[in-house]
Ligand binder design. Structure first.
Ligand SMILES: Cc1cc2nc3c(=O)[nH]c(=O)nc-3n(C[C@H](O)[C@H](O)[C@H](O)COP(=O)(O)OP(=O)(O)OC[C@H]3O[C@@H](n4cnc5c(N)ncnc54)[C@H](O)[C@@H]3O)c2cc1C
Length: 454
């Protein structure tokens, strides 16, 4: 071990250790990497030690939050992984409606802590996802339309820089770094604490409405017109999916291929019914309308059982502004050819409060998009990897000509520099300059990488 680790309070896990196999595993079972050292840090000083060690020994350095990244950017082969999972303290200030959240927390930990005060901040739809990765990439979820992206609710971040310095980034302190952190991913340092603004969100009216997959074109045609005009309290992502074979779904629709909308409304049951009515009235009777009052964290974790860690995931993504008829037809075709029962396509709305922020106000450059499309081929069986990959790639390539060009970085695989540049568009050059100031040697390069350029 190195002298730079004096005072280290965390734990180092190496290949001979009994829990190495468990410690190296990430959420996506397609990713099978063997780091030389996994450094489970207890706080910012440990993180600084670990960065120094990786630099001294010239080891590749990966930073792991929740370990959910589809491309496996929270781990590496033969290098050092900074594992943040033990940095998971959460302090909620209900009067100020803010929370200080450890950089290794999961969304579930955050939701539980804030829900105790009837509060929440926008995040994603699976509770085991890391606050770190989702926030630094943007953060899309059920509260996007009413409260914005996760980054729109970020007030400050405690960051360990490549040189080991610990700084606070906010509108007033290191404002360029704060701008870059809001969408620029893990390129600029290791965030050991996030400070979020919270909103009153307690019981929500939420759940899915499903129609037979054969109605895909009709439902999508109505949805694409309806959703952007709906009140901000109503959120609904469109999906092609297969009904899981278990509770709470009625047995007669188990394993039915469906299209549908997963709803979330912040108001009363009456307000939710009123706001959904124009869409529901325009479509045939659904197979299931499972919308009901639920605690917000319950909705935030509603898909956890369907998607436990250890499945193979192949991801593709694109931002879209509009969904023309030709794209609707292609969606209807690929959506009815799901390769496995867990494979899915989602259209996540980006409008409402997410459009109150300009594309250059933060690093997240696609404020004029209306949806983030995600194509996810998913299956527990490694024998099906080729099938899920072929469907995902074929679907995305067919729809890409109708996209806005780039993609949400949190839902991409490793797709090369041009794709990263397209995903940051006009913000890319400024990001490269901020990178040159805060990480000139590209120490943090296991991410959707932005090369430093002065
Ligand atoms: C099942 C599933 C559902 C998802 N749902 C949503 C959703 O609803 N909305 C949405 O927006 N996204 C969603 N995502 C995508 C998710 O945002 C990304 O996978 C994200 O990268 C996960 O973050 P993580 O911390 O768990 O990942 P990790 O693999 O640990 O890290 C991902 C990247 O972030 C960096 N990173 C993580 N934490 C820190 C930190 N504290 N400081 C510096 N760098 C850090 C890592 O270095 C790495 O580059 C989902 C992903 C999955 C697998």
């Amino acid at each position: 071990m190195s002298s730079t680790m004096t005072g280290f309070e965390g734990r180092v896990i190496r290949p001979p250790d009994a829990d190495y196999e468990q410690a190296r595993a990430v959420y996506n079972a397609l990713i099978d990497r063997r780091p030389e050292l996994i450094v489970r840090c207890a706080g910012p000083q440990d993180v600084a030690h670990a960065i120094a060690l990786a630099r001294e020994r010239e080891l590749p350095l990966a930073v792991r939050g929740g370990g959910h990244n589809g491309a496996g950017l929270g781990t590496c082969d033969g290098g050092l992984v900074i594992d943040l999972s033990a940095i998971n303290r959460i302090d909620v200030d209900p009067a100020a409606r803010t929370a200080r959240v450890g950089g290794g927390c999961t969304l579930g930990e955050l939701d539980r802590a804030t829900h105790a005060h009837g509060l929440a901040t926008p995040s994603g739809i699976i509770s085991t996802t890391g606050v770190g990765g989702i926030t630094l990439g943007g953060g899309l979820g059920y509260l996007t339309r009413s409260c914005g992206l996760s980054i729109d609710n970020l007030l400050a971040a405690e960051v360990v820089l490549a040189n080991g310095e610990v700084v606070r980034a906010s509108e007033d302190q290191h404002p360029d770094l704060f701008w870059a952190l809001r969408g620029g991913g893990g390129n600029f340092g290791v965030v050991t604490a996030f400070e979020f603004r919270l909103h009153e969100v307690e019981t929500v009216i939420a759940g899915p409405t499903f129609w037979p997959v054969e109605l895909g074109a009709e439902v999508l045609s109505v949805y694409r017109e309806f959703l952007p005009t709906a009140p901000r309290d109503l959120y609904g992502f469109f999906a092609f999916a297969t009904v899981p074979p278990g509770d709470p779904f009625p047995a007669e629709i188990h394993l039915r291929e469906v299209c549908g909308i997963v709803w979330h409304h912040r108001g009363s049951p009456e307000a939710a019914a009123r706001d959904m009515a124009p869409l529901l009235d325009a479509l045939p009777e659904p197979l299931l309308h499972g919308v009901q009052p639920v605690p917000h964290p319950a909705m935030q974790s509603a898909f956890d059982a369907l998607y436990p860690e250890g499945d193979q995931w192949y991801w593709r993504a694109d931002f879209v502004k509009e969904i023309p008829d030709a794209a609707v037809d292609l969606h209807a075709r690929f959506g009815s050819e799901l390769p496995t029962i867990k494979s899915t396509m989602h259209l996540y709305p980006i409008d409402g409060a997410a459009h109150d922020v300009a594309s250059d106000d933060t690093a997240w450059g696609y404020r004029d998009a209306t949806w983030a499309t995600v194509y996810a081929g998913v299956d527990p069986d490694p024998a099906n990897v080729d099938r899920i990959r072929e469907w995902t790639v074929g679907y995305q390539e067919a729809l890409h000509p109708y996209s806005a060009g780039g993609a949400y970085v949190n839902m991409m695989m490793e797709e090369g520099t041009d794709r990263v540049r397209a995903s940051y568009r006009d913000n890319y050059d400024r990001l490269a300059r901020v990178k040159a100031v805060y990480d000139p040697e590209n120490t943090f390069r296991i991410n959707q990488n932005i090369a430093p350029r002065s």
